[in-house]
Design a protein around this ligand. Sequence first.
Ligand code: HEC
Ligand code: HEC
Length: 599
Amino acid sequence: MVSQTFPILRIAVLLTVLNSSANAGTSNSLLDISTDGKLLACSNRDSGTVTIVNLATHTKQFETSVGEKPEGVSFVGDSHQLAVAVYGDDVIRVVDADTGKVTATVTVFDEPYGLVSNRDGSRLFATLDYPGQVIEIDTATHNVVRSHDTGRFLRGLAIPEQEDRVYVTEFYTSNVKAIDVASGTIVDEWQGSSTDNLSRQLTLNPRRPKAYLPHLRSRVTANHGSGSIFPYVSIVDTVDGDGKRRTRIPIDTVFSTQITSNAWEIAVSPDGKHLYVVFAGTNDMFACNVIDDDYREISLQKRVTLGANPRAVRVSPDSQTVYAYNALDFTVFALDSTSLENKATITVTQNPLPEDILVGKKLFYTALQPMAGRRWISCSSCHPDGEPDGRTWHNPEGLRNTQSLAGMAATHPIHWSADRDEVQDFEHTIRGPLMQGKGLIRGKVQPSLGKPNAGLSTELDALAAYANSHKVARSPFAKTGLSEFAEAGKRIFFSEQTKCATCHAGPLFTDSQPAAADQIVRHDVGTGREDESETMGTKYDTPTLLGIYRTAPYLHDGTALTLMDVVTKNPGDAHGATSHLSDVARSALVDFLKSLPYE
Ligand code: HEC
Ligand code: HEC
C-alpha cells in the first residue's frame, strides 16, 4: 500500500492513522457522542431542537430549541460544548451540553449542513450546502476565519488525524474533494460517476486510509421502479498508492440481493473494523465487517431492522453500542454491537408535526408497500426534503427536470405541463411503472385532470398535505432587501419591453392558478420545440420564480444551466423580450431573479 513516492511521509501518515482513537465529530452526522462517551447529541429537524442524552442511563437530559431545520451536530474537541448547524436559519449555534443552554451563535451566509471539530476544539469546520463553501470557525472568538468556494452543494465533511485537510462531498455529484485547510485549495478530487447522487455524508476509517460515503444512483434514462434508483456506498482511497482510487459498491446486491434504499449515513467503529450504513427508505441498517483486502472491502455481519426513516448512526467510543437515529419515530436505538439487539429505545423529541403531515411524510420517505413494489424507490429519492434531485428525467412525457416542492401548495396546477391539479393525482405515480406500489386508494382512481382524487384516501390526503407543506426560504442574496443592482433588474423585469411580469405575475411570479381542465393557462415560450421526446406539446405551466437562486438547472428540460442562460438563449424573443438588453442589464435582471423572495 505504501507507494514509492515520499515513503517516509507516507509511513508517518500510516502510523498516525494507526494510533488514532475514537474522536467526537470527525465526520459529519446528525448524531454525535462526546469523546468521554458520556453524552449523545442529536438534531431534530422537524422539532427545531437538539437533544442531549445521558449515555450512562440512556435518558434524555435536555432538549434545546436551536432554530429551523438543524442538521449536523458536533461536540467541540473533548468538551461538552455542542455545535449545531441550523440549516434553515443560517447560523451555527453552540450549546453547553451540561446545562442545555445556547452559549454562542455564529451567522453564516446560507444553509450550513455538515459540521466537524478539530481534536483540540480550537476550530470548527462547516459545509454550506448552498452556495457550496467550506468555512472555518475560531471557537474562541466565534468568528468565521476562512471561507472557501470549493464546489456546488457541499454536504459531507470529515477531518483526518493530521488536520491539514478536510474532505467534502458534493450533494448532487457525490464528488469527493480534499481541501487544504491553510490555502483553501482543492488538493485532490475523486469524481463520482454521472449517475451518483444525493451524497450527504462521509466517514473516515481511523485505521485504514479510506473514506466511505453513502449515496444513491439516479439513472434518469430508466423510468421504472426496477432500474432508476439504487443505493450505493463509495469508498475513496485517501492515500493514493496503487492507482485504485474510488470503488463503488452496489450495496443492495453486493451481499446477494438484499434490497434497501436511500443510504443516508455511515459510521465506522473506533477500531476501524466495523461499518454501519443506515437506509432511510427501507428502515434498516447493514452492520458490516471491514475487510482488509482493498477488493471486497466489506462483508455483511447482519441486516438490522430499525424504526421509521433512519438518518444517522454512530458508535460509542468503547465500541460496545451502535446508536441509530429514527428521524420519523423521534427515537434513538441503542444496539449492542455484538448481538445487534436493541438494548434501549430513547425518545429524543415529541412529534412536532400535525398528525396528517407525519403520516404523509412517512409515506413520502418509504420505499416499502403500499408506496413501492420493488423497495428501491421512494418519493424522497427524487425529492429529498422537498428539494430537487438536480436531475432531468427521461419521462414518457418528455424530458422533465425535477421541481422543488417549496411553495408548491400555492402554485397548482402542478408538473411542467400542468397535467395534474392535485398531489393526490400522484396515486398514478405510485401505481405506475416508476414505483409499482399497491397505492393508497381503494377502488377507482380518477384521471389526473378529472374528478378529484382528494377525499378518497386519508393516507393519500396526508401525502398531499406533506408534499404541500414545503416553504420557500428567503434568498440569501436579499437578507437586507434588494441591492441597488437588483432594484435595477426589478425595473427591467416589470418593464413593458421585457413583459416578464405578464406571465410571472403577482406575489408568486406566476399566472398559473387552479382552473377547470380546459381553462388551464400554459404558454409556448420557445423552449420545447427542439425536443423530439416531448409528447405533451410545447406549452408549459409558468413556474414560480421564488427560490430559483438555488434550483439550477432551469426549464422543463433542464437545458438552461444558469439564469443567465434563461435570459440569453431566447431565440425570437419568444420567452419575454431580452434581445434588446445590454450585458449589464441582463446581469441586473439575473441579480433580481436571484434575490427572490426578498420579503
Ligand atoms: C424518479 C424521480 C421521481 C420520483 C420517484 C418522484 N418524483 Fe415527483 N417529480 C419528479 C420529476 C422529474 C418531476 C417533474 C415532472 C413533470 O413536470 O412532468 C416531479 C414533479 C413532482 C411534483 C410537481 C411539483 C410542481 O411544482 O409542479 C410533485 C408534487 C411531486 N413530483 C411529488 C411526488 C410524489 C408525491 C412522489 C411519490 C409518490 C414523487 N413525486 C416521486 C421526479 C420524481
Ligand atoms: C409568455 C409567458 C412568459 C413570459 C412573458 C416570460 N416567461 Fe419565463 N417562463 C414561462 C414559462 C411557460 C416557463 C417554463 C418554460 C419551460 O420550462 O420550458 C418559464 C420559465 C422561466 C424561468 C425558469 C424557471 C425554472 O424554475 O426553471 C425563468 C428564470 C424565467 N421564466 C424568467 C423569465 C424572465 C426573466 C422573463 C422576462 C424576460 C420571462 N420569464 C418571461 C412563461 C413566461
